[in-house]
Design a protein around this ligand. Structure first.
Ligand SMILES: [Zn+2]
Length: 329
């Protein structure tokens, strides 16, 4: 999850809650790509662009993760909101990826609070979805490290080549000497006031492994496809970690920072994206999933959590009253 410092997010009258058209909100559109669909109030062209870009990044990240990573059996469900609409539900949230039950496909919610953040947040949260689809028992450092590293992915539109690893262009808010200590990053408990630094630091751990210990990293990822968990995987794949601290400290000074690239066929992606407008019932069903995912990011004892759960139930009831079935996957 990407979180921003709360101080940057002054309460803002301009941020309104996402609404269905029959509540006076804008029209919603759905963009379909081969492995996902996007439901959004950003208009038909927004739906098309998001479905195309998310499909593209997702294929790139699946290929980037490891050789046997597979596209998921279920299509990813994406809800993309206008600037500030997600912040109106949960002020520190720019994006979230959650599944409502183990049986259901993950829902990815994207709602940046500033327009400049959209692309990076989209890639970061999408990377979490790809990790979630392929791996089990992923420790925090690996999950956030992979998401932050893959969040740096850049596309050359002329060649279809996607490359990643250039952390410095995204880390303007982090000073070079300010990485968190390695042992603390590898710990699963991160200090709540320092999440951004720990996320960023974990990206350097993963990039260091990708550059210095690629076979060990591949071994770890392959083990996590199974359900044995993290500890046996570490034992099998990382017999000796003594060099890590020095290598991690040096990683921020690496000159050639691109750690990987994949080639995509952009035209075949563009040709398969379709867009249509959504019924009010479909919008209410989408808003119900939105409320549920945002609720799942909040602590159990947060009263906003039960408010959002109630709101989700109301949206679901309205969708049902309008005769909605859940959208096909
Ligand atoms: Zn994250």
């Amino acid at each position: 999850v990407v979180r921003r410092l709360a101080v940057l997010l002054l309460p803002c009258a301009c941020a309104s809650v996402a609404r269905a058209p029959d509540d006076g909100g804008p029209a919603w559109s759905r963009g379909d790509a081969a492995h996902l669909y996007v439901e959004t109030d950003l208009g038909a062209s927004g739906a098309r662009a998001l479905a195309r870009d998310l499909e593209l990044w997702r294929l790139a990240m699946t290929a980037a993760l490891f050789d046997r990573a597979r596209p998921p059996s279920d299509r990813l469900d994406v809800i993309a909101l206008r600037i500030g609409e997600l912040g109106a539900l949960s002020p520190s949230l720019d994006g979230a990826c959650g599944r409502l039950s183990a049986q259901e496909a993950p829902t990815l919610v994207l709602g940046p609070n500033r327009p400049d953040d959209r692309a990076e947040i989209m890639r970061h949260e999408l990377a979490h979805a790809v990790v979630d689809e392929n791996l089990n028992g992923v420790p925090r450092w690996l999950n956030e490290g992979l998401a932050s590293l893959l969040g740096t992915a850049e596309l050359d539109e002329s060649t279809g080549v996607v490359s990643w690893g250039r952390l410095e262009i995204h880390g303007a808010h982090i000073y070079h000497y300010d990485l968190a200590p390695l042992d603390d990053v590898l710990d699963d408990v991160w200090p709540a006031y320092d999440m951004a630094r720990y996320e960023f630091s974990s990206a350097y751990v993963v990039r260091m492994l990708a550059a210095e210990h690629p076979h060990e990293l591949q071994c770890l990822l392959e083990h996590l496809v199974g359900t044995d968990g993290y500890a046996p995987a570490v034992e099998a794949c990382f017999p000796d970690r003594r060099a890590w601290a020095d290598e991690y400290a040096r990683e921020q000074f690496r000159k050639d920072a691109t750690v990987g690239h994949v080639q995509l066929d952009l035209r075949s992606i563009d040709d398969t994206v379709t867009v249509r407008s959504m019924s009010d019932a479909e919008v209410h069903a989408a808003l119900a999933r939105l409320d549920d995912v945002v609720a799942s990011t909040l602590p159990m004892n947060d009263e906003r959590r039960s408010e959002l759960k109630d709101a989700a139930d109301k949206q679901r009831a309205r969708a049902a009253a309008l005769g909605a079935s859940t959208p096909s996957r």
